[in-house]
Design a protein around this ligand. Structure first.
Ligand code: ZN
Length: 89
């Protein structure tokens, strides 16, 4: 089964078939992001927390047709993208 990034339209093959939950079959670091109550499949680049936290990148706003004040729901795995953990708080 193929999945498409909704922002850049790149595609990837998933290993899955059948009824596995989408989150479990997406390629590494591909994510389903909830933005303003809508879910989007985003690739590892477009769905990177850097693109989503704080202000959306103009690229994503344009690609997804977002409101510039759109909010992305919490990104629980953001630490995955920033290992090793920086000294922050
Ligand atoms: Zn993408």
């Amino acid at each position: 089964m193929k999945v498409f990034c909704e922002a850049c339209k790149s595609e990837a093959e998933t290993k899955a078939s059948g009824i596995a939950p989408l989150e479990e079959i997406l390629p590494p670091r591909w994510k389903r992001r909830l933005i303003d109550g809508r879910s989007y499949i985003l690739c590892d680049i477009c769905g990177h927390p850097k693109q989503l936290l704080g202000a959306f990148s103009p690229y994503l706003i344009d690609a997804l047709g977002l409101d510039e004040h759109a909010i992305c729901e919490e990104i629980p795995e953001r630490e995955d993208f920033y290992a090793p953990r920086a000294n922050k708080e």
